[in-house]
Design a protein around this ligand. Structure first.
Ligand code: GLU
Length: 470
């Protein structure tokens, strides 16, 4: 028999927008599948009860496509094991649940939430693992029938073998061993009849033929339970790789401030997919090559053995580094497109090339490009305080000479500044700061020799007059 194709998957719960932590999990799965020439599957872990999940399901598909993390199996991509949304797989879960019930590996539990909470507290206080006591495990058929007859609600638990060890090899965390007596019988079906998360999750992975599950280590303790379930059902157990979670610089879980911004926000701000790929593929995973790599190269050089066990610290400076790197690799056309509509509306077609060449080294996001387009191509000029101070310090004579220099030399910045230097014996900052300030309202920015021809003599003259009049 042929061995099954290598298959990874991304299985998000569409309860909100994807953030960097989620997309990193998707990326690792994608890279591994691509490297192996295998399949990257997308499964939606939604349930009917989730509010707004359609909106989030659409958003996450958009995010994945924007990042070119195309899936080859799942909604929109086809496949033999659909449907690929859990909300549509109820009949499949029922079938597997019935198999466990029939073989006596699942039993109903009538313990109330309150009773269970007290038992948990008592166990913890006594230094024992807070596992289920097994109280309903021994109910007779007659008891069960009578309690159902009275309409008592019941959850269904999986009967865990006593006194055994459950071992598996995690591809990142190494050998794992759990005592089944610490696990206790766990709920696979809630009292409202809906299946528990890790029941569906495990069955789907097995039935869909996933061969490697790469997911956050917050799921590590689910894995022994899932392996027991799959074995009980005679299903193939995938391999697992539990990756360290992403934390903020302070070691705490990601917050808004420390990088839990959604992919949508990053996209709107103007981050480039290549920057996100290169940053995330190195967040908790190392490459020897520190240059900007294509998705193809990132995939070819990715290795599970290079995943770190320690939590991955989010570092905004690194993300910005990759954004700059990604920008350097764009063609002028791509830069232009990335600047967006508001910039396109301000820059005259014959000035486009010169504008891009002037600002590209100074601009990381479209908002900055827009600011320079406004400075260069509109009459409004917001003067910063330091720029104002530099103008005042230079004095009126400086600008009289500047006006004459512009009449004489036009927008030849070198000739203009040489004339000022000679006429006023000024140099360095005292020469360039007031010049830049009066023409752009700023003390820093793109090369003036490139900006002045774009600003033009007329607008430059107006700016000087405005200052002199004020
Ligand atoms: N829906 C789960 C989550 O988003 C998936 C967990 C897993 O990858 O197995 O956390």
């Amino acid at each position: 028999m042929d061995s099954p194709p290598f298959k990874t998957r991304f299985a998000p719960s569409p309860t909100g927008l994807l953030h960097l932590g989620n997309i990193r999990t998707a990326l690792f799965n994608y890279l591994l599948a691509r490297q192996a020439g295998g399949i990257f599957l997308l499964r939606l872990e939604d349930t009917d009860a989730m509010r707004g999940h359609e909106k989030y399901a659409r958003a996450l598909a958009d995010d994945l496509r924007w990042l070119s993390l195309e899936w080859n199996e799942g909604a929109g991509a086809g496949g033999q094991q659909g449907p690929y949304a859990q909300s549509e797989r109820g009949a499949i879960y029922k079938e597997y649940f019935a198999a466990l019930e029939e073989s006596g590996q699942a039993y109903p539990c009538f313990c109330s939430e309150h009773e269970l909470a007290i038992a948990r507290k008592t166990a913890i206080a006594g230094g024992r693992p807070p596992r289920y006591s097994g109280k309903c495990r021994v109910l007779s058929r007659a008891d069960v029938a009578a309690r159902f007859g009275r309409g008592e609600p019941a959850t269904w638990r999986f009967r865990v073998a006593e006194g055994a060890r459950l071992e598996f090899e995690d591809k990142v965390r190494g050998p794992q061993a759990f005592a089944t007596s610490d696990i206790g019988d766990f709920i696979i079906r809630r009292s409202d009849g809906t299946p528990a998360f890790f029941f569906c999750n495990a069955i789907d992975d097995a039935v869909m033929g996933v061969t490697l599950v790469v997911r956050g280590e917050d799921h590590l303790t689910n894995t022994p339970r899932q392996i027991m379930l799959l074995r009980a059902l005679g299903l193939t157990v995938p391999e697992y790789a539990h990756i360290a979670l992403v934390v903020g610089a302070d070691g705490a879980p990601l917050s808004k401030r420390t990088g839990s911004r959604s992919v949508q926000e990053l996209r709107e701000q103007g981050f480039l997919p290549a920057a996100i790929h290169n940053y995330l593929a190195r967040l908790g995973h190392s490459y020897d090559d520190n240059s900007l790599l294509t998705l193809d190269r990132l995939a070819a050089l990715f290795s599970v053995t290079r995943l770190h066990r320690a939590p991955a610290r989010y570092d905004e400076a690194q993300l910005m580094h990759w954004q700059r790197e990604a920008l350097l690799h764009l063609s002028a056309d791509e830069i232009w497109r990335s600047m967006g509509e508001p910039v396109h509306a301000l820059v005259p077609p014959d000035k486009r090339e010169a504008f891009i060449s002037a600002v590209r080294a100074n601009v990381i996001f479209p908002a900055e490009a827009l600011r320079w387009a406004q400075i260069v191509f509109t009459d409004t000029l917001a003067m910063t305080h330091p720029a104002h101070a530099a103008i005042t310090a230079a004095g009126e004579e400086f600008f009289d000479v500047l006006r004459r220099a512009l009449e004489k030399h036009g927008t030849d910045f070198k000739a203009v500044s040489d004339m000022l230097r000679q006429a006023l014996a000024v140099n360095g900052k005292s020469l360039f700061q007031p010049l830049r300030a009066v023409l752009t309202g700023e003390l820093d920015g793109p090369e003036m020799a490139k900006l002045l021809p774009l600003i033009g003599v007329d607008r430059a003259r107006k700016r000087i007059s405005k200052y002199l009049a004020s």
